[in-house]
Design a protein around this ligand. Structure first.
Ligand SMILES: Nc1ncnc2c1ncn2[C@@H]1O[C@H](COP(=O)(O)OP(=O)(O)O)[C@@H](O)[C@H]1O
Ligand SMILES: [Mg+2]
Length: 315
């Protein structure tokens, strides 16, 4: 297959109207851009929901063709501390903005900075306010110091809801000539947990396997186990069919290449759905928690999961 463009880039919205599921945020940003009054901004929200995209759209809208010269993207956890950030900001702010009043500095993962570093950042924001606007991105507003919160317009980005995600994915599927069934869209949504980047990546990876996308294809390319398989494994174990349950486990690990953590996460979901008496369910959940902890601490996942299945039989 020819080297393909990454779909998250190919389909990254270029205009406000193409950003889905963030109506409130987009409405406010559009108003700022229209009035040429962009303040310093704080974009908060989970990964893959349009924070970087929105910043790029602002830059396109304000600067047109020259957006590249007037837009600096930094990542607080890549840079070696606030001093390198300061140097880069200084260099960037030194030249006059091309054909515009200010330049934009997008600082991703601003909540990775220590409180002291954030104080330094706040001073920097004030010092360069004349010729720059900062857009800070973070996961949680609460991890940003109050003096920065009070000096920025705060925008809360939400996980993309199922309807909005579905619409966007359908557009991609149509353009890429894919057939995607109902159930597959819903599975992609649940696996992605509202993260559009993840959803698009799952769709693209699945499309490299087959152009007709079904739940099987999605599970085969994602790190999520097929819930049906995990349910079957638990039921076999609860019915004292250890060898059969173990076979399912081995196939999840060996054939599907799933990690112990991902299998354990789905086991947890499935236990909750099991139709067994409450006390037994509680005991199994407590046990699952212990095994999950051991796996996360580095114990061999296969041995731990086999032991977990064995416990279900003894129970
Ligand atoms: N609200 C959205 N509407 C449409 N596409 C989106 C949206 N959010 C994310 N995407 C898609 O996911 C990719 C990653 O989004 P990005 O804005 O970089 O996320 P982040 O919030 O982590 O900065 C984009 O290139 C785009 O394809
Ligand atoms: Mg981003």
């Amino acid at each position: 297959m020819a080297i393909e463009e990454i779909w998250t880039e190919k389909y990254r919205p270029k205009k406000f109207s193409e950003i889905v599921g963030q109506e409130e945020v987009v409405k406010r940003l559009e108003a700022f851009v229209k009035n040429n009054t962009l303040p310093h901004c704080l974009f908060a929200g989970p990964a893959g929901v349009g924070k970087t995209t929105a910043a790029l759209v602002i830059a396109h809208e304000l600067f047109g063709e020259n957006w590249h010269q007037n837009f600096l993207e930094l990542n607080a956890s890549d840079e070696r501390g606030i001093d390198t950030i300061r140097t880069k900001v200084k260099d960037f702010a030194r030249t006059v903005p091309l054909g515009y009043g200010f330049k934009i500095i997008y600082l991703d993962e601003a909540d990775a900075l220590t409180r002291d570093a954030q104080q330094a950042l706040r001073r920097m924001m004030e010092k360069f306010a004349g010729i720059t606007r900062f857009i800070l991105a973070c996961n949680y507003v609460s991890k940003i110091i109050l003096p920065i919160q009070s000096r920025t317009a705060i925008f809360k980005f939400k996980p993309i809801d199922e309807k909005a995600m579905r619409k966007f994915l359908e557009k991609i599927a149509k353009n890429e000539k894919l057939k995607v069934d109902e159930k597959s869209y819903s599975i992609i949504y649940h696996i992605s947990e509202g993260d559009m980047r993840r959803a698009i990546n799952i769709l693209q990876t699945a499309a490299q396997v087959k152009t007709t996308i079904t739940p099987d294809v999605i599970y085969s390319v994602s790190s999520n186990p097929n819930p049906e398989e995990v349910k079957k494994m638990l039921e076999l174990a609860l019915n004292k069919k250890f060898e059969d349950a173990r076979k399912v486990l081995i196939s999840l690990i060996r054939d599907e290449g799933l990690s112990g953590e991902d299998i354990m996460k789905e086991i947890h979901n499935q236990i909750i759905n099991l139709k067994i008496d409450e006390e037994k369910k509680a005991r199994i959940l407590a046990m699952a928690g212990d095994y999950e902890f051991r796996i996360s601490e580095g114990c061999n996942p296969r041995i731990q999961l086999e032991s977990f299945l064995a416990q279900l039989i003894i129970l």
